[in-house]
Design a protein around this ligand. Sequence first.
Ligand code: NDP
Length: 259
Amino acid sequence: MRTYLVVGASRGIGLGLVAELLKDPTTHVLATARVLSRSNGLQELATTYPSRLAILECDATDAVSVERAASDAAALLPNDQGLDCLIHNAGISQAPFFDFEHIDIATFQHELTTNTVGPLIVARAFLPLLRISAHKHSSASQSETKLVFVSSNLGSLDEAPEWVGLCDIYSVTKAGLGMLARKWGASLKAEGICTVLLHPGYVATDMATNITEWVKENQPHVPKISVEECATLCLGVIHKARIEDAVSFYANDGSTIPW
Ligand code: NDP
């Protein structure tokens, strides 16, 4: 039995990851929604897989809410099991076409809190459960314990010149997440925790709706993929990630993205 936590699973890619994980009968999945009453897709999955899916309420920007979710998770996980894989998927992009000169500062701060600080609050709260897993697998040659941050190629400093004018503040928040993953992941590697930064692709979700025209015009070669395809690809990358290569920034086909 492998245990997973997907944070930000009420819809979009997070929900797709949960559905894909549950297809494997050896998985036990914890999934979070910011507001339980707005998580119909998750509730349906919980009806289908009552013994292998538990839903927790968690606002990733609120330390109290996250700590409560972590303590609920500890009580729900099978005895001494710990958490084998934490996927922090929650993220927002609220001002895709505002440049730095005109962006509302409060909007920027909110996006930074959600996309950069939130992953830290969450990973810190769940670290004791990841450490239980890492300790259990310490003799295995392949890391069984993973900390995955869902990021974006827009967070790549190298690729930034190709994407100027699209989600500029979002790009800053994801670049910050990249640094968090790279520096923190370097010390977690020594504990047997493999940190992965993952670009899920350009995916047909609510987030991608507003940017369709821009991408069509400026990056016509970038394909928009379904949530299902994204989930299959991303889980393939996560399963294959090796601690020797931590910390890496992966695209959904397993190739690496320049930082
Ligand atoms: P959606 O907007 O469809 O879903 C976002 C998810 O994050 C929702 O479940 C939402 O919950 C949750 N969320 C937002 N804020 C919080 C919070 N404070 N606490 C907890 N959960 C929160 O986006 P996607 O599925 O497209 O995106 C998922 C991830 O993939 C993001 O990190 C995004 O940056 C990344 N990504 C997406 C791409 C795409 O093309 N779609 C491309 C590159 C990266 P709620 O329902 O409560 O709002």
